[in-house]
Design a protein around this ligand. Structure first.
Ligand SMILES: Cc1ncc(COP(=O)(O)O)c(C=O)c1O
Length: 395
């Protein structure tokens, strides 16, 4: 007799993440991987826990280590987001912030407004809790304020989940005007904003935009940050900052989820930042990634020429390549992997299913400039062949 298990209804909505599956394949060192969003390991700081005080090994506060919360609040003030340490919750990666947001707001049928395309693992969580996605088209300046207004009037989303700075998967950075207009619209209609910014500090130019949350006067806001892309993702330290009225809910949700985040990692981070090592490290990181971004831009120009269009990112980890022909890029993946190159098909990043979006997400932080040159050349050949086959079929 088989085991009969009564799973929760929501398990029907539990989807796998294509990124994590491709990442498994892309772990093979022979493969040039543009698939993940991983920081370059050779430039990560190596944490040293040997000086950690012994009391840090004990259970700690759910909201996080006071020293780290203080530092985060200070950083947020520095980018224009008025925020006290009491409004900051240290999380186990910003992914946990997304999970806590879902627990607070989403039940079956809850309308959630997202960018099209958006971060795959956020839609994975919102979907698990039963979200119905309302997609707002994204261009290099951000989502359209007119469409946002229209979607709010039609569907009244429970919140808007946006990644305004060096977006995943597109690398786009919202303009000042769009930020201002979006803040005003959300304020006017009282729609909470969830602003997810793990890439903010990876800027290659002196581009500086205030968070949208910093420009909101009435509607509640939640701002998610992460140290994964700037230090080590394995530490699993991120944070959630929010309007004061939301904090008691997030504190209890955090307690109920995992009591608190890793205290030793928090201790190390607070020390790394306050002893003056973090800022020079960030500067090195920006230069390192800017060089790789430049190498990818040059390779795309060389090999993709008129076959695709793209917007050169001013920070973050990704290019979003739009092919001339709207082919389903998932079909290219097996052959690409055979040819030892991995990428992320664009279709994966749409909350509601799309066929043939003709886009690819290309990560440049994990490969050397030489690998980038080789990998892009191979991808271009593949796309060219696929386009020729399509043209023949159309004849
Ligand atoms: C937009 C976005 N949000 C959140 C995360 C999760 O990051 P972490 O949990 O490592 O802080 C990622 C990771 O790639 C991301 O791209």
């Amino acid at each position: 007799m088989g085991t009969y298990m009564m799973f929760a209804q929501r398990i029907e909505n539990l989807t796998g993440s294509l990124v994590r599956e491709i990442l498994q394949v892309a772990q093979n060192p022979e493969i040039i991987s543009f698939a993940g969003g991983l920081p370059a390991p050779e430039i990560m700081p190596l944490p040293d826990f040997s000086q950690a005080p012994t009391e840090i090994y004990q259970y700690g506060l759910s909201e996080g280590e006071p020293a780290l919360r203080q530092i985060i609040a200070q950083q947020l003030k520095g980018i224009g987001l008025a925020c006290e340490p009491g409004q900051v919750l240290v999380t186990s990666g910003s992914q946990q912030g997304i999970d806590l947001v879902a627990k607070l707001f989403v039940e079956p049928g809850t309308p959630v407004l997202v960018e099209a395309p958006t971060y795959l693992a956020a839609t994975q969580v919102f979907r698990l809790f039963g979200a119905e996605f309302i997609e707002c088209a994204l261009d290099p300046q951000g989502i359209s304020p007119e469409q946002l207004e229209q979607l709010i009037a039609e569907k009244r989303p429970a919140f808007a989940y946006l990644i305004p700075t060096f977006q995943n998967p597109t690398g786009f950075c919202y303009s000042e005007a769009r930020r201002r207009d979006i803040a005003a619209i959300l304020d006017e209609h009282g729609i909470p904003l969830v602003e997810d910014e793990p890439y903010r500090e990876l800027n290659f130019t002196d581009i500086k935009h205030r968070p949208i949350a910093a420009q909101m006067k009435q509607a509640p806001w939640i701002y998610l940050g992460s140290f994964s892309k700037t230090t080590c993702p394995g530490l699993r330290i991120g944070y959630l900052a929010c309007s004061p009225q939301l904090m008691p809910y997030f504190s209890r949700l955090k307690q109920a989820t995992d009591l608190h985040s890793n205290r030793i990692a928090q201790w190390w981070l607070a020390d790394f930042i306050s002893n003056g090592a973090y800022l020079p490290h960030l500067q090195r990181l920006r230069e390192y990634y800017a060089e790789r971004c430049e190498a990818m831009e040059a390779a795309l120009q060389r090999y993709f020429g008129t076959m695709a269009s793209w917007h050169r990112p001013e920070g973050g980890l990704f290019f979003w390549l739009r092919l001339q022909q709207a082919i389903d890029t998932r079909m290219l993946l097996p052959e690409a992997i055979q040819m030892k190159v991995a990428f992320m098909p664009g279709e994966a990043f749409y909350a509601n299913p799309v066929a043939k979006c003709g886009a690819m997400r290309l990560n440049f932080s994990r490969s050397t400039p030489e690998e980038i040159e080789r990998g892009i050349k191979i991808l271009a050949r593949l796309v060219e062949q696929a386009s020729e086959t399509l043209a023949e079929l159309a004849d």
